[in-house]
Design a protein around this ligand. Structure first.
Ligand SMILES: *Cc1c(COP(=O)(O)O)cnc(C)c1O
Length: 407
């Protein structure tokens, strides 16, 4: 059949020579995948049972990333999602239904808390928050209708290290699924499955991506029934991820070990320096004894990462902390973390930290030289100290005018 050139644009016979053996995974983009025969048409997501059916369930690039994350985390199956928050939503929606109950630590990632309290409740799920340091005491909170217990360790912003093995054990004994947000540990510094967790997720956006240029998430499991539930929900929710982003994540994986090593070193240098500053009440870094749950971190983790928080002394006013942050030059003000650039973010401390009075500042330490980062922080402290002494001198002068010195 000779084709018009218009048709040949769509159905070419030209092809590149075969046999290029790249070290990298090709980026396969595609919505449609061509099926074998009309008798064999179905749209099932499960690639362990049927061949590729539709791009939304993953192209070879997506599935290669999924397989490598599963291997790294010592899981069996992994789903890639469009972001970390999508991975969180997938877990909630796969395991919960109306009239059922979920337990979530107070220290959970904020958007996870908001999804549960603002959206799951609308669908009739009962949401209960628990003390992140509860440990085996979680057993008392598990009800007949409890279906899911979340952990995140260390917690977002407040950094409490949880007794994940005790919580996962209590859940398992009662037939409840345990889920862990393992983003801090990059899926490697804490072995979720060895410690008894059923479902583990990561924001690949953070350490696996590692360069602040992509958004992806992962959900990994070992159990076949969990795999089926998640796969079904993944398909129904349309959680396809961009193969281009997956390709960047595959590249990020190759340098994860060196980046994590340097980030850990830099972060510890900066966090230790902070614990010697008079304006700071406490430093929340899991490798420092001042962090709640530090002993659990020593017991269960093989390393620490790039984020920590500091709690300012309650006497340091919010406007002073804002001035401190605005004086920083290398630390940029922005959400997310795990990339190469140092970042900073301010929060009002929650009630459980010194009664909720002080200011809490979270740092992500990047790959700059640690001495430059410390110099930057030192100049920002100098700026607020100079402000304070200027203010004190001015107040002294005003007081002096009101009451003349005694003779
Ligand atoms: C950033 C983050 C997420 C969400 O990841 P996105 O890719 O930004 O949606 C989830 N959990 C934790 C602990 C995070 O820090």
């Amino acid at each position: 059949m000779t084709l018009h050139w218009r048709s040949r644009l769509i159905h070419p016979s030209a092809t590149a020579p075969a046999g290029f053996r790249s070290l990298t995974v090709p980026t396969y983009r595609g919505s449609t995948t061509i099926l074998e025969g009309a008798a064999d048409v179905s749209d099932h997501w499960d690639h362990t049972r049927s061949p590729y059916r539709y791009g939304l369930f993953g192209t070879p690039t997506t599935l290669e990333l999924a397989a490598r994350i599963a291997e790294l985390e010592d899981g069996k199956h992994c789903f890639i999602t469009p972001g970390g928050q999508a991975a969180i939503a997938l877990i909630h929606l796969a395991f919960l239904g109306a009239g059922e109950h979920v337990l979530i630590p107070h220290s959970i990632y904020g958007p996870n808390r908001d999804l549960a309290s603002r959206m799951l409740t609308r669908y009739g799920v009962e949401v209960e928050f628990y003390d992140p340091l509860i440990g085996a005491g979680i057993a008392q909170l598990i009800r007949p209708r409890t279906r899911l217990v979340w952990c995140e360790s260390p917690g977002s912003i407040t950094m409490e290290v949880q007794d994940v093995p005790a919580i996962a054990r209590a859940a398992r004994e009662r037939g409840v699924v345990s889920a862990l947000d393992n983003t801090y540990a990059a899926g490697v510094h804490f072995d979720a499955f060895k410690h008894g967790v059923d479902v583990t997720m990561q924001a690949l956006t953070k350490y696996v991506g590692g360069h602040s240029d992509l958004l992806l998430g992962s959900v990994t499991v070992r159990d076949h029934e969990h795999f089926q539930r998640l796969g079904d929900a993944h398909q129904l929710l349309g959680m396809g991820a961009s193969p281009d982003d997956c390709s960047l994540a595959l590249r990020g994986l190759q340098t994860l070990a060196v980046r994590l090593g340097q980030l850990e070193h830099n972060c510890l240098s900066v966090a230790s320096w902070f614990s010697r500053q008079p304006e700071i009440a406490t430093v929340l870094h899991p490798a420092l004894p001042s962090c709640p749950g530090h002993d659990l971190w020593q017991r269960d983790f093989t390393g620490s990462s790039s984020i920590f928080s500091v709690v300012f002394e309650p006497r340091v006013a919010k406007r002073t902390v804002i001035a401190f942050i605005d004086a920083l030059r290398l630390f940029k003000l922005g959400f997310s973390w795990g990339g190469v650039t140092s970042l900073v973010m301010r929060y009002d401390a929650p009630k459980r930290i010194l009664g909720g009075q002080p200011q809490l500042v979270r740092f992500n330490v990047g790959l700059e030289d640690a001495r430059d980062l410390i110099d930057d922080l030192a100049q920002a402290f100098s700026a607020i100290r100079a402000r304070r002494s200027r203010a004190r001198r001015a107040a002294g002068k005003r007081a002096g005018r009101r009451s003349p010195p005694r003779p």
